[in-house]
Write a protein that binds this ligand. Structure first.
Ligand SMILES: C[S@@+](CC[C@H](N)C(=O)[O-])C[C@H]1O[C@@H](n2cnc3c(N)ncnc32)[C@H](O)[C@@H]1O
Ligand code: SF4
Length: 367
């Protein structure tokens, strides 16, 4: 498809055909980007990492993420593939070097490979260091080879348990075997996998040693994540919440956990498990502040920019995106928003009212 207009491949309209060629020649020529500096927030943090939720829909209904009966957004509210490409490309033109597609489940978005293939031009031009996805793995058997061919090299796969019944209970709709087959396919295609598991009290907390041995046995890093108080999900957060400090203390009775300096630019702190030789990460938004080196922002599938995962403040980028074919308005809105990226977040599980600290679901911002 090299050299072909993306708009030809995108079903949603030909508006920005000229800018978006597949050969990478015009990456820096995103309209309106000329002369604009890389994005830096008021605390001097360069914004080099963009996470984009490409859909709010999902083929699972994980208990900590969604309620069983979610209502999803009308299609007209969701950015088209072309708009997503234009938005991501604008950020790349302003210094973003790492792009992560997430959701909802990114691989259930219709035409997702068209978007991935289009964005891959920024990898070929050298303007982007990494194009990656966070996925539940259910569609990986279908897409692994195409993702690798497009230039994707690493994936985060979410997997909380290796027990098929528990997997069904946590995801409500998921099939463990399908996900395991997806992980096999991804590794066979040469993709590097990291597994993310949310720690859930009384659900998977007895399984971490097994998960560690399984992941490290496959040459895969494992990261444990604390439940974050996002969105009404119809179940008590306090019942799910398991501090990773406790998990770590318990694991330390069984394994030798050696502190290591390894950082992926994200909020995870890593140890090496001496017995397996593999890396184990901990993401602890509630018990630690991970904001000092925050280089990331998030955009939802409706084009809302969140400057911080833990704050409500947001900027609408869809309006400037749709208001004109040029990007001047878009860049102005991005600049204005980055100018008020907060210093840090303020997650709390509201113990008195049992309410989430933030009303939006994780499937909105994609984690
Ligand atoms: C929202 S999902 C989107 C991508 C994809 N569907 C997946 O599950 O990997 C991204 C990550 O957020 C995590 N997540 C969802 N809700 C969460 C919550 N309330 N607290 C902590 N992590 C959460 C999921 O486990 C997953 O690893
Ligand atoms: S965590 Fe991912 S797979 Fe689970 S419901 Fe949320 S978006 Fe879907």
């Amino acid at each position: 498809m090299d050299g072909r207009s993306v708009a030809g491949a995108l079903a949603d309209g030909p508006r920005t055909a000229i800018r978006m060629t597949m050969n990478g020649a015009q990456t820096r020529d995103v309209d309106g980007a000329e002369g604009r500096p890389p994005l830096v927030d008021p605390f001097g943090r360069a914004i080099s990492y963009l996470r984009v939720s490409v859909t709010d829909r999902c083929d699972f209904r994980c208990v900590y993420c969604m309620s069983e009966h979610m209502s999803f957004l009308p299609k007209a509210d969701v950015l088209s593939l072309e708009e997503l490409d234009r938005l991501c490309s604008a950020f790349v033109a302003r210094g973003v070097r790492k792009l992560r597609l997430t959701g909802g489940e990114p691989l259930v978005r219709r035409g997702i490979m068209t978007l991935v293939n289009a964005l891959a031009r920024h990898l070929r031009s050298g303007d982007l260091d990494e194009l990656t996805l966070t996925t539940n793995g259910s569609q990986l058997a279908k897409y692994a080879a195409d993702l690798q061919a497009a230039g994707v090299r690493r994936l985060n796969v979410s997997l909380d348990t290796l027990d098929a019944d528990k997997f069904r209970a946590i995801t409500r709709w998921g099939e463990l075997n399908q996900v395991l087959a997806g992980i096999d396919a991804a590794q066979a295609a040469g993709l590097k996998i990291k597994i993310n598991a949310v720690a859930l009290k009384g659900v998977n907390d007895d399984e971490f040693p097994q998960l560690i041995e399984w992941a490290h046995g496959r040459g895969v890093d494992l990261t444990l994540i604390e439940v974050m108080p996002l969105g009404e999900i119809g179940e008590g957060r306090l019942e799910q919440y398991l501090p990773l400090s406790m998990v770590r203390a318990r694991l330390a009775e069984r394994f030798t956990l050696d502190e290591i300096d390894y950082r992926t630019g994200g909020p995870a702190r890593y140890v090496r498990v001496a017995e397996t030789g593999g890396r184990l990460g901990f993401i602890t938004p509630l018990t630690h502040n991970f904001c000092e080196s925050c280089n990331r922002v998030r955009v939802t599938c409706t084009g809302t920019l969140y400057m911080c995962l833990g704050q409500e403040d947001a900027a609408d980028l869809r309006k400037p995106l749709r208001a004109s074919e040029g990007n001047d308005l878009l860049f102005a809105a991005i600049d204005e928003a980055i100018g008020r990226k907060p210093k840090g977040h303020d997650f709390v599980i509201d113990r008195r009212h049992q309410r989430p600290a933030l009303s939006r679901h994780m499937s909105v911002t994609g984690g």
